[in-house]
Ligand binder design. Structure first.
Ligand code: SF4
Length: 206
């Protein structure tokens, strides 16, 4: 699937919500999440309903976030880089927001407004070769593969079972302690990696 740029400056947005960053170096930090609709992949462990969404322009998105107390915004998905976010990112930056990106790394970033880039690679078709943190989803008996991406931080995130029979459905929150313990052991033996846990699943939050 190619990039789906929209000349009318409309973005297909699946959800906008306020929570804490659930994984990675900024775990626990309150942030506004803008979940962009759609993804180029269909990972079997995906726990996100990303197909639905509504078209929103920059003003509508700004109206939706202006009352949240944090000035951190995370672009997530689905795959946020399927849509050219330059106009939205510039507006947020100009309004004093700090921007974070969560991506599978398979598309180029079209602007320089992100202050933090987290890549969760799923295969070797990587376009983002350098970022702030890499997060690999690891199941029982598996090993993480960063596909040569250079980063300051490398995280292993235990793969949790999903009840997502097809990508259009919301999966149940479920945290598998056994896989987490396996990943705990893995990072102990491979200290390049750090363990990150899906805090949202442990807490049952968004
Ligand atoms: S896990 Fe990420 S990359 Fe995979 S289908 Fe879900 S949103 Fe897309």
């Amino acid at each position: 699937m190619g990039n789906t740029n929209k000349s009318s400056n409309l973005y297909k947005i699946n959800d906008i919500f306020y929570s804490i960053q659930a994984e990675g170096l900024h775990t626990g930090t309150p942030a506004i999440f803008i979940r962009f609709s759609n993804c180029n992949l269909r990972c079997e462990f995906c726990d996100t309903e990303f197909l639905s969404g509504i078209d929103m322009n920059v003003s509508e998105i700004m109206n939706n976030i202006e009352n949240f107390p944090s000035k951190r915004v995370v672009f997530t998905g689905g795959e946020p880089l399927l849509q050219d976010s330059t106009e939205l990112a510039k507006k947020l930056y100009d309004e004093g927001y700090k921007l974070y990106l969560e991506t599978n790394g398979m598309y180029e970033i079209k602007h320089n407004y992100f202050s933090w880039i987290a890549v969760s690679p799923k295969n070797d078709k990587i376009k983002i070769k350098k970022c702030d943190e890499v997060k690999c989803v690891v199941g029982m008996g598996e090993t993480p593969n960063s596909y040569g991406i250079k980063a300051d931080h490398y995280f292993v995130s235990p793969k949790n079972p999903t009840h997502n029979e097809d990508i259009g459905k919301e999966s149940a929150n479920f945290f598998d302690v056994n896989v987490a313990k396996y990943c705990h052991e893995y990072v102990m033996n491979n200290p390049k990696w750090k363990l990150t846990l899906q805090t949202n699943k442990i807490l049952g939050t968004q």
